[in-house]
Design a protein. Structure first.
Length: 472
């Protein structure tokens, strides 16, 4: 009986591993095809026509802010620097206890105004009111000062305030590049056979980059191994993962750092869920589920151009807190929308996207830890064939390294943001180190996230201390 159980576990772990590796290879292959096609198609696009046209679709940039005093003035300036013509910026100060509002009032000559809010989604009430600038240079800016209700509640307030057709939801600590909006709006304009309900873009890490007056002046490679490992992780996720899911129209998540949404659909489904810490993933799954139930052809698009730069954790405490929240957000979203999973009524959303996310994102850390425990059990019983085991471990490690190198090569052949001499070689070195430097902490954070969700019933976001984008 014991031998049968061991053999059963062997086959289960082997099948899972082969399935995971096979899915990564398929996604990388699809991603390469999609990236090549995107670059060919967009090499002829004149973005000046989009940004100069007065009939370009209207966009509201909604940026929630909570105790962002360190970056707030410079990052608002970044949001106001877009080349797009038909947009406005809505900063939602979500009950900050620091001097964020004082800095904004002083920097942008803000005064309190009377404004009628169309409350289609219930939110926490205003605290001090709504502000506009007396300076014509900042006429696109509106600042909302409300009671604290969390990021999702602040975004919902922005949805209520906005009068535009589309909303770009962005973290206020992110640096938005000037041409981002016209690139992001493009799928909404060119897709004729389906309704584009949302679009996301590539997020890059700004740690150690030179930022001045709300603009990115120089891209530098950070010094800390943790930060370098996250750069590599983002390259894999965005260049080899989301690009492929975009082609398959199977995206389940758009980064909360920057995403563009059809406001009408977002409001129809009830806006952002204030009871989850993974509101960015949850609203995309809910919007997709709604469109499937309405039997409407739709698409969630993805833009591979680097559009937004954000500050990543530079210490392990903050890093673990962030990944813990990501894990809890994934669990919450998949549980709340479990009726979608494996349900043919929801087409590829239920039969492809949800199963993949469940097995290879949700369950991956649990299976990995179970595998480690099982391996320890085999060692204790002296059941290990060390020649096979060591070979398998080496192959798994080399596949991880190779997959990272493919992402690096993809970056070098496409957008090549890290142009300084030696950066490519540094990234390859990190590819060999990252499984030891970052991955154990990601695994720990994921397991802790599961524990916190099921046993501590933890609902908090977790701290994300900002150091401020580098100025020199």
């Amino acid at each position: 009986m014991e031998q049968i159980l061991i053999l059963l576990f062997h086959y289960l772990f082997f099948i899972y591993s082969i399935s995971a590796i096979g899915s990564y290879i398929i996604l990388a292959f699809i991603s390469a095809i999609e990236t090549k096609e995107y670059m060919r198609k967009n090499s002829f696009v004149n973005y000046k026509e989009i940004l100069a046209s007065t009939i370009s679709p209207s966009i509201s940039i909604i940026a929630p802010a909570y105790n962002e005093s360190l970056n707030i003035v410079e990052n608002v300036r970044s949001l106001l620097s877009s080349y797009y013509v038909n947009y406005d910026v809505i900063i939602v100060n979500d009950g900050s206890s620091d001097d964020s509002m004082d800095k904004l009032i002083k920097a942008y000559n803000l005064v309190k105004i009377d404004y009628l809010i169309n409350e289609q989604i219930q939110t926490k009430p205003l605290r001090n009111g709504i502000y506009k600038s007396t300076n014509p240079a900042f006429e696109k800016l509106m600042v909302i000062d409300k009671e604290n209700g969390g990021k999702a509640d602040a975004l919902n307030m922005g949805l209520n305030i906005s009068n535009n057709k589309y909303v770009a939801c962005i973290d206020v600590d992110c640096l938005l590049l000037e041409e981002s909006l016209q690139k992001m709006i493009k799928p909404f304009l060119e897709t004729a056979d389906a309704k584009v309900i949302a679009a996301g873009g590539v997020i890059r890490i700004s740690n150690s980059c030179l930022v001045k007056d709300g603009k990115l002046h120089d891209v530098n490679f950070p010094e800390k191994l943790l930060e370098k490992g996250q750069i590599l992780e983002y390259l894999r996720a965005f260049l080899l993962g989301r690009m492929a899911w975009s082609r398959l129209n199977g995206l389940l998540v758009i980064s909360g750092a920057f995403g563009l949404f059809d406001k009408k659909i977002a409001i129809k489904v009830g806006g952002y869920d204030t009871k989850t810490v993974g509101e960015d993933m949850e609203i995309v799954v809910r919007m997709r589920g709604y469109m499937e139930e309405q039997k409407e052809k739709y698409k969630v698009a993805y833009i591979p151009d680097p559009l937004c730069w954000t500050e990543a954790p530079d210490n392990y405490k903050t890093f673990i807190s962030q990944r813990n929240r990501w894990t809890r957000g994934t669990i919450e979203t998949l549980r709340r929308h479990r009726k979608i999973g494996f349900n043919p009524k929801y087409n590829s959303l239920g039969l492809l996207s949800y199963p993949y996310w469940f097995f290879f994102e949700r369950m991956a850390p649990i299976v990995e830890v179970a595998g480690l425990i099982y391996f320890g059990f085999l060692i204790a019983l002296d059941y290990v064939r060390w020649d096979y085991s060591i070979s398998f471990i080496i192959l798994a490690y080399l596949f991880s390294v190779l997959f990272s190198i493919v992402a690096i090569v993809s970056e070098e052949l496409t957008y090549h943001q890290y142009k300084k001499k030696g950066t490519g070689f540094n990234l390859i070195k990190i590819a060999f180190l990252e499984p030891f430097v970052n991955h154990p902490f990601i695994l720990y954070a994921a397991i802790r996230g599961n524990y916190d969700y099921y046993f501590n019933k933890k609902k908090k976001w977790g701290a994300m201390t900002r150091k401020g984008m580098a100025k020199a």
